[in-house]
Design a binder for this molecule. Structure first.
Ligand code: C6P
Length: 420
């Protein structure tokens, strides 16, 4: 964390949610005749004015292609793009700015690691360890790799109805034939917060490479890759107040250097001949073609914004909202709740007896509530839990306890309607 954010957090211990809400223009509207209650933040967060303005400003004043021209606008665009990289490195406390690769999001980051690093470093018989709570984005890229090189995928089990990984059996799974351990920091379906630093430590002691899916944790609390001691970590800008189509892959310098390019094209090369090319240095080697410059500008503004609010405070408030929602839901009859009872992230997944999750979400939408119903790209986990889908409410620091209370009231109405 930078010093500016620490000072701000100490100065203002509690979040002023009402004034924060005024900085998100989209929140001030009615949907289907009701005030919008946006509780689909795990899918994508809303954007504050500061981010929207930064993107507009970039297009109004500085827009050009990067790293190519020697004219003023191109220089400005290049400066803004590389300033975004420096800011991202600071945001997650990477040792080197060159350890930051811009991607389209978490999905592309994990695909890059599996495809480029994995194809070079894994071979037949090697094991890939995942967990049973992974998003499809942290399963399918590894399946593609396993098929390509003949590796085998294993899954660390989710041990019981509390949605926790079975840590007592970690040693059974982290064996010397495991080459890579890829896991989610926070589960998007269960709200489980995994002990990422402990996982990385245990993996490191066996020389196993770690890949952290930080889609649900980046922007929801402090994130320090040196403290985690992970090898790779991926996140998406759009889930943390930034624009869509931009994300970050962090990779330890020496690993990125030992990884071949992911895609070929402009910018990622040093020289090109008709028959042979050589690669640009890390991280540019992984950024083929014109990048999402305005996305980086918006992400930069989002990171500044989040640090102004204070990531420790965001984490605390997120947990408070998650706990409040869980407790209130637990009071209702006929509700099945998923995930840990305590220590959960700011989201709740649940089912209502005799009401399909899609019906619940559709009726809630008619009242202005944006919830999500479905498998949340966790089909294997849903199967394990014996359900097809869940309803989910996921929070961010602009949500309020009153919104949760109103959600509970609407859920009661829905329950009465479907069970009368
Ligand atoms: N989860 C959700 O509603 P992208 O699409 O690349 O920005 O993020 C993919 C992703 C990867 N890992 C986890 C843990 C995620 O939660 C997500 C996105 C959304 O839960 C869409 S399914």
């Amino acid at each position: 964390m930078n010093t500016e954010s620490c000072t701000t957090e100490l100065d203002h211990p509690a979040l002023d949610v009402e004034s924060i809400r005024r900085e998100f223009p989209i929140l001030d509207q009615t949907v289907n005749g009701h005030p919008l209650v946006y509780l689909d933040n795990a899918a994508s967060s809303q954007k504050p004015r500061a981010v929207i303005d930064a993107i507009c400003r970039y297009y109004e004043h500085d827009n050009a292609n990067v790293h190519r021209g020697i004219h003023e606008l191109s220089n400005r665009a290049s400066t803004a793009y590389e300033a975004g990289r420096k800011r991202a490195a600071q945001f997650i406390n990477a040792k080197h700015t060159s350890e930051i690769v811009f991607t389209r999001g978490t999905t592309e980051g994990i695909n890059l690691v599996a495809q480029a690093w994995g194809t070079r470093h894994l071979r037949k018989g090697d094991k890939i360890l995942l967990t049973e709570m992974e998003h499809h984005s942290n399963i399918v890229p590894w399946q593609l790799l396993a098929e390509r090189v003949g590796a085998e995928i294993q899954y660390l089990p989710v041990n019981d109805d509390r949605g926790l990984l079975d840590l007592s059996r970690l040693d059974e799974w982290l064996t010397s034939d495991v080459k890579v351990f890829a896991f989610t920091h926070i589960s998007n379906s269960l709200g489980t917060v995994n002990p990422a630093a402990e996982f990385c430590k245990r993996a490191r002691s066996l020389g196993i490479i770690t890949v952290v899916d930080a889609a649900q944790s980046a922007g929801h609390g402090p994130l320090d890759v040196q403290e985690l001691d992970c090898d790779f970590l991926a996140f998406s800008g759009h889930k943390m107040c930034g624009p869509t189509g931009i994300g970050v892959l962090y990779g330890r310098q020496e690993l990125l250097e030992a990884t071949p390019p992911y895609q070929g094209g402009g910018d990622m090369i040093a020289t090109v001949d008709y028959h042979k090319s050589t690669w640009n240095k890390v991280p540019h080697k992984f950024e083929a073609g014109t990048p999402h410059i305005s996305g980086v500008v918006g992400l930069h503004a989002a990171m500044d914004y989040l640090d102004r609010i204070g990531r420790n405070r965001i984490a605390r408030y997120d947990h408070e909202l998650g706990a409040h929602a869980y407790e209130e839901l637990a009071r209702l009859k006929g509700i099945r709740l998923f995930g840990p009872h305590i220590g959960r992230a700011g989201l709740v997944s649940f089912l209502m007896t005799d009401v399909h999750a899609h019906d619940l979400v559709t009726v809630a939408d008619q009242r202005g509530f944006a919830l999500r119903g479905g498998h949340h790209c966790n089909q294997p986990l849903m199967k394990k839990l014996g359900v097809e889908s869940t309803a989910r409410a996921s929070f961010y620091f602009y949500n309020t306890h009153q919104e949760i209370d109103r959600t509970i009231e609407v859920l009661k109405e829905i329950q009465n309607f479907f069970t009368r």
